[in-house]
Design a protein around this ligand. Sequence first.
Ligand SMILES: Nc1ncnc2c1ncn2[C@@H]1O[C@H](COP(=O)(O)OP(=O)(O)OP(=O)(O)O)[C@@H](O)[C@H]1O
Ligand code: NI
Length: 272
Amino acid sequence: MSNSLLTVNNLTIESRSGELLLKGIDMEIEKGEMAALIGESGSGKSLTARAILGILPEEMTVEGQILYKGQDLVKLSRNEHYQLLGKEIGIIFQDYRGSFTPYIKIGKQLIETIRTHQSISKKAAKEAALLALAETGLDPKRVYHSYPFQLSGGQVQRAAISMTLALKPNILICDEVTTALDLMNGEKVLKYIDKARKETDCAVLMITHDLAQAYKWSDRIHVMYEGVIVEDGPTEQIRFHHQHPYTKKLCSSLLSLPEERQASTTEGVYSL
Ligand SMILES: Nc1ncnc2c1ncn2[C@@H]1O[C@H](COP(=O)(O)OP(=O)(O)OP(=O)(O)O)[C@@H](O)[C@H]1O
Ligand code: NI
């Protein structure tokens, strides 16, 4: 067997009306790997993430397996699944504003989250919170003592990422994390996620529309199209030797852009 940390086998999701939203996808994510899941809007990327997190709408029917540490996540109850969130499986969403309650200071919320998952003293949790904030390039004391509305969008998002990473999850799922950020902040966030991955050896599943971003940061790319993973492989292979017509279309949309812009990761420009 491989080094797989998370194995998705033949995952199928059907909506209440009988529409097949995911059609038997397979995916393996290894420890320490940055795996990208790319594909156009509505192809099933976020549903895949939600299945792994156990937060799919109740009315959907799920078949197949999601194996993690010897257990099948598809078979867990909501409550059992919920226990894994945070410490084992972390999530960073595009909509980071929902990560914090508006009228409680960031520091207090960080401490509470850390202490929900680790039995450490308030003082130790405060130290961990300040360290986590500093690592995302924020002014730790200022952010710690601020309410979310006193910070810019990019600062709140970095604070939300600090909170997720302070728990040191084994798998981190990032769903379109840079879409709402400008280029500079998007790059900072990805750099920070990558640094955390290297330090903790966690696996990252990076969901994105942005092929340039996937090229730059991921080790492996899974290409999704209409609920199917049409192709996957090491990033270089997908970049230079892809086979599937949909991947060709995706890659050629990027190739037609000037070279220096390919190296950057602007949001929007490469969106499909
Ligand atoms: N709660 C829901 N009920 C019914 N259908 C849904 C629900 N959530 C998503 N879908 C459908 O499932 C399909 C996949 O949606 P999903 O959110 O996974 O797409 P995505 O690849 O993440 O797209 P985007 O890039 O726009 O975020 C879409 O056709 C969508 O309409
Ligand atoms: Ni999505």
